[in-house]
Design a binder for this molecule. Structure first.
Ligand code: UD1
Length: 428
């Protein structure tokens, strides 16, 4: 297993480029299955979850060529099978997007129940409710979800909880349904809009993505397209915190500042200085930082995927901060690891009470999931001494070349392969 070894307290300086959004990429790549022609998709992040999804699509029969490191050509014409192999897909949450896409294309889908990060109970009842409303029969057996229909028909679907996954999955299936589907109370995240734009570029008829009501007029056929995925809001936010936690000065390029508003607003409240440009943000610390209260919410609220990173920053700012996690009930597990570095965080239910201290001290810690893993890297960057982060396969699921990007900003971070009796330093 690889580890990161970090020597902290180096103020990060310089420029960093943000990769394409992982969560948009996973949905858009799955959506390409709906069409028989060739799709060229650009700005694909080179992260493990995406590689796993592409492999599983190849296994179904899709033809996938990398034109460039971040650009793929996909032709799904030859896909004949609607059963997704469990071994390919068990590790990634977004495997469920293949359900909506295969159901739309073949009126049949069989996909293993999703895996992904262990951040609490992650039901898919709203996905199932949506498919059933569209006329599919859905059953869960032996860890597989089976959905089938003699023909999808448009319907009015009210989501009982605001769910990113269910909104996208229903959009995918409804694109090929007969008639009009209306999704009420949908999620509004930037990648919902990105997926709708992608589908529309293939000939779908979707209006209202990003608002309170999405209207989908079903079509019979989609055509090939060329599409560029939006930048990753969460990767960008993570580098914003890297600047703040090291007292640095970073310009974060290739982003859409509008997508960053909730994160920028809370960092500004903390006292971090942020300068906004057309496609970049400069983030620097020029005054003492202060504690805040924060609650995670669906977009346009503060994203749950940034909660561990901001909690880590607040653990190093004097005063009492209170974080309420309203999306996933089990998303404070990493605070035990931060405590090993000296952080003073008390978790009560879905609330964390942080008594900020002036310095974390380096320690050996273990990433419990993707975003918490990134938070532990941030803790190491801000801490005194050496931090070793284990279980970094979680971080590789969603951050492209994180150690290289951080090193280019002046961080002292290396990836090592741990062997039973020696560590081999890797140059990547
Ligand atoms: C997606 C993101 C994840 C992010 C999350 C919230 C991907 C691959 N993952 O996950 O990084 O943290 O959005 O922004 O894009 N829920 C139900 N029933 C359902 C579906 C969801 O009760 O059928 C609940 C969940 O338990 C959770 C809330 O709704 O409490 C939001 O979940 P959802 O938006 O669906 O998250 P994911 O799509 O799994």
């Amino acid at each position: 297993m690889d580890q990161f070894i970090i020597k902290g307290k180096k103020p990060l300086q310089g420029q960093v480029g943000i990769s394409g959004a992982k969560n948009a990429a996973l949905a858009i790549l799955s959506a390409s299955i709906l069409c028989h022609d060739t799709c060229v998709i650009e700005n694909i992040p080179n992260v493990n979850d995406v590689r796993v999804l592409l492999k599983s699509m190849e296994n179904l029969g899709a033809k996938i060529d990398y034109i460039d490191q971040d650009k793929v050509r996909i032709n799904s014409k030859e896909i004949k099978d609607y059963r997704v192999n469990y071994d390919f897909i068990k590790k990634i949450r977004a495997s469920y997007y293949l359900l909506g896409a295969l159901l739309g294309r073949f009126s049949n889908a069989q996909v293993a129940l999703p895996g992904g990060c262990n951040i609490g109970n992650r039901p898919i009842d709203q996905h199932i409710k949506g498919f059933e409303a569209l006329g599919a029969a859905v059953k869960v057996e032996h860890g597989m979800i089976h959905a089938s229909t003699s023909g999808l028909k448009g319907a009015n679907i009210y989501l009982d909880v605001v769910s990113v996954g269910a909104t996208i999955n229903i959009m995918l299936a409804a694109t090929m349904a007969e008639g009009t589907t209306v999704i009420e109370n949908p999620a509004k995240e930037p990648h919902i809009v990105d997926v709708a734009n992608f589908l529309n570029s293939m000939g779908a008829d979707i209006k209202g993505a990003g608002t309170d009501i999405i209207r989908i007029n079903g079509v019979n056929k989609l055509h090939g397209t060329e599409y560029m995925i939006i930048p990753d809001q969460i990767e960008a936010g993570t580098y914003m915190i890297a600047a703040a936690i090291t007292g640095g000065d970073i310009t974060i390029n290739n982003i859409i500042p509008k997508h960053m508003e909730a994160i920028s607003a809370k960092l500004t409240e903390i006292g971090v200085a942020i300068e906004e440009y057309d496609e970049a943000l400069r983030v620097l610390v020029n005054k003492p930082l202060k504690s805040i209260h924060l609650k995670t919410l669906p977009y346009p609220g503060f994203p749950t995927d940034m909660q561990p990173q901001v909690t880590t920053l607040l653990s190093m700012i004097k005063g009492t901060s209170i974080i309420t996690e309203s999306i996933f009930e089990n998303r404070f597990m990493y605070t035990d690891e931060l405590s090993r570095m000296g952080a003073n965080i008390k978790v009560e239910g879905n609330t964390a009470i942080i008594e900020g201290i002036s310095n974390l001290s380096g320690a050996e810690v273990s990433a419990p999931d993707l975003r918490a893993g990134a938070a532990l890297i941030l803790a190491g960057l801000g801490a005194e001494g050496e931090t070793i982060v284990n279980n970094i396969q979680y971080i590789d699921r969603g951050y492209e070349h994180i150690e290289e990007k951080l090193r280019a900003l002046g961080a002292d971070i290396v990836r090592v392969s741990e062997k039973p009796d020696k560590k081999i330093f890797k140059v990547v």
